[in-house]
Design a protein around this ligand. Structure first.
Ligand code: B16
Ligand code: MG
Length: 217
């Protein structure tokens, strides 16, 4: 029986993935480092500092830690400027209906976002009211693809992973969900998320019925 659905935020509930891309692109341009949408795929679900390492990996630059912190902060300031304009209109199509109907069935909702900005984004979206638990990425030992963040969300909800579904737009996130022993729903394309148990192009392709079918215990 399905007891809980644990959602990723960026790219699943709202399209902040695009703002992350624009902020990293601006940073890379400023440094004269090549950056592409293809490379950006690898940053999805990955923490800020790890993302910076990926952005810099082929640059030949070897920067001191303090400089890397400064660059990460610069990217985050730019990103926060963009997310400051988010409104409830920025919930992805299908999300309000899906979250409402899951809650009507008594299914618990959790958030497993690697973003330290997630609480502010939820607030701006008016989406905090749907969630019974929000995992805290700041205290994690390992990020996605490690299952830790999904397991933490399940624990906070008081449910066992076998009764949970995770929803993700990132390859690292799908790997994390599977490693947690949950069913994985991918939002995106088979090229990136081929290992998901159910794949849809966007959240409007999901329904409570489709999700419940994934767990028939
Ligand atoms: P921040 P998610 C992730 O959020 C993003 O996908 C990833 O691109 C970003 O680097 C990470 O959050 C950290 O975000 O810089 O805001 O702390 O997809 O796990 O909701
Ligand atoms: Mg994501």
């Amino acid at each position: 029986r399905l007891e809980a659905v644990i959602f990723d935020l960026d790219g699943v509930i709202t399209d902040t993935a695009e703002y992350h891309y624009l902020a990293w692109l601006a940073l890379a341009d400023g440094l004269g480092v090549p950056f592409s949408r293809e490379k950006n795929e690898r940053l999805k679900g990955v923490s800020r500092m790890e993302s910076l390492d990926i952005v810099l990996e082929d640059s030949g630059l070897s920067l001191p830690e303090a400089e890397k912190q400064r660059l990460a902060e610069q990217k985050n300031d730019h990103y926060r400027e963009m997310i400051g304009r988010i409104t409830p209109e920025d919930l992805l199509p299908g999300i309000p209906e899906l979250l409402d109907s899951l809650r009507e069935r008594g299914i618990l909702l959790g958030l497993a976002s690697a973003s330290l900005n997630a609480p502010q984004i939820l607030e701006r979206l008016g989406a905090a009211r749907w969630f019974q638990a929000i995992a805290d990425p700041a205290g994690l030992r390992k990020g996605k693809p490690d299952p830790e963040i999904f397991l933490q969300a399940a624990e906070l909800l008081g449910v066992t992973p076998g009764h949970c579904i995770g929803v993700e737009d990132a390859a690292a996130g799908i790997a994390a969900i599977k490693a947690a022993g949950m069913k994985a729903v991918g939002i995106g394309s088979a090229a990136q998320l081929g290992t998901a148990d159910l794949l849809v192009p966007g959240p409007s392709g999901l329904s409570v019925e489709k999700l419940m079918e994934l767990i028939q215990l």
